[in-house]
Design a protein around this ligand. Structure first.
Ligand code: ZN
Length: 132
């Protein structure tokens, strides 16, 4: 099994127009996608081998909408790219780590993703992502 790599850092924003600060720094929006299953509109900007993912909630009762109601805009999660996502989830569960998604769900870019509970990541929401 390959070592995980940093795929992206997720940032909750009111509007993906928030990309303008990163564009002012010379980064470019590579990809904009609405992920209906997560109730979110995303914009990706590549930074070296990793990306920033800006997350705009489609509604107040979506996961990002609820996050922003509590904490406002800001850092939301980190995403590690893995191979063998199902094996990782099974192993983490067996070792007692709390998972939000016990089975992978569809994410942006046609990836399969799963979120671990922030209590498993010392307050950091960790997303695992596997390319199809
Ligand atoms: Zn993400």
């Amino acid at each position: 099994m390959e070592k995980p790599t940093l795929d992206h850092i997720g940032i909750a924003v009111r509007s993906i127009a928030a990309t303008k600060i990163y564009e002012a720094l010379g980064l470019r929006v590579d990809h904009v996608e609405t992920v209906e299953s997560q109730g979110v509109r995303t914009a990706f900007l590549s930074v070296g081998d990793s990306n920033l993912e800006l997350l705009e909630p489609l509604s107040d009762d979506s996961p990002i909408g609820r996050f922003m109601a509590k904490r406002g805009e800001g850092l939301h999660h980190i995403c590690l790219r893995v191979t063998h996502l199902d094996e990782h989830l099974a192993r983490l569960k067996k070792r007692g780590f709390r998972l939000i998604n016990e089975a992978p769900v569809p994410g942006a870019h046609g990836c399969r993703v799963a979120f671990l509970h922030p209590s498993a990541g010392n307050g950091v929401l960790i997303e695992l992502s596997e390319k199809e």
